[in-house]
Design a protein around this ligand. Structure first.
Ligand SMILES: [Fe+2]
Length: 193
């Protein structure tokens, strides 16, 4: 039997916190741990936004919370990417690292104290397990740098992708096929969904 989505998300949070701990206790660990933590957080967040938050909004009635959590993801991703461009040894880095860790910790606490219990209450064990498999699958795609695809075949059509590309002002969209549109839209959205 697979782990349910709550166990998987919580395990991933602990792993992220382990990397935070490494970076704060040992500066020399930063060059290796930071890119890992940034990539992990991004893959975790994307998989959550696509595979877990829709269930949270629709099946557990926590739509506003899912939206709020998504905003926090974007903020944390932005901060993480900024850190990658900084000098590991500067004082500004120390401060920015602290702020990033605090922001992520705050988000993790909210998720574990409010969102995940709501999910646990509203969904049955089989559904929680199904969401866990979906989360793991999407996270794996994101870590491999692939555009995320839903398992249920609910992929966007070329027309839907084209509309998004137009909104995003992607040039050359009229000559792109579906895969190219998906890739460019994914890129323009900052690597999300
Ligand atoms: Fe999250």
């Amino acid at each position: 039997m697979a782990d349910d989505v709550i166990t998987l998300l919580t395990t991933d949070h602990r792993e992220l916190q382990r990397l935070f701990e490494m970076m704060t206790s040992d500066k020399s660990a930063r060059p290796l741990a930071l890119p890992l933590a940034v990539a992990m957080l991004e893959a975790h967040s994307e998989a959550e936004e696509q595979g877990v938050y829709p269930a949270l909004a629709r099946e557990a009635g926590e739509e506003a919370e899912a939206k709020h959590a998504t905003e926090e993801h974007h903020e944390a991703e932005h901060m993480g990417k900024h850190l990658l461009e900084m000098d590991w040894e500067s004082e500004e880095f120390d401060q920015a690292l602290r702020q990033w860790i605090d922001a992520v910790q705050h988000h993790v606490e909210e998720e574990e104290n409010e969102l995940l219990p709501a999910l646990r209450e509203a969904l049955d064990a089989a559904r929680l397990e199904e969401l866990g498999l979906e989360f793991a699958r999407l996270r794996s795609q994101a870590l491999a740098g692939q555009p995320l695809k839903a398992a249920d075949g609910a992929d966007e059509t070329r027309a839907e992708l084209y509309d998004k590309a137009r909104e995003l002002g992607i040039e050359g969209r009229s000559t792109m096929n579906k895969d190219e549109l998906a890739r460019e839209v994914h890129k323009a959205e900052g690597g999300k969904g």
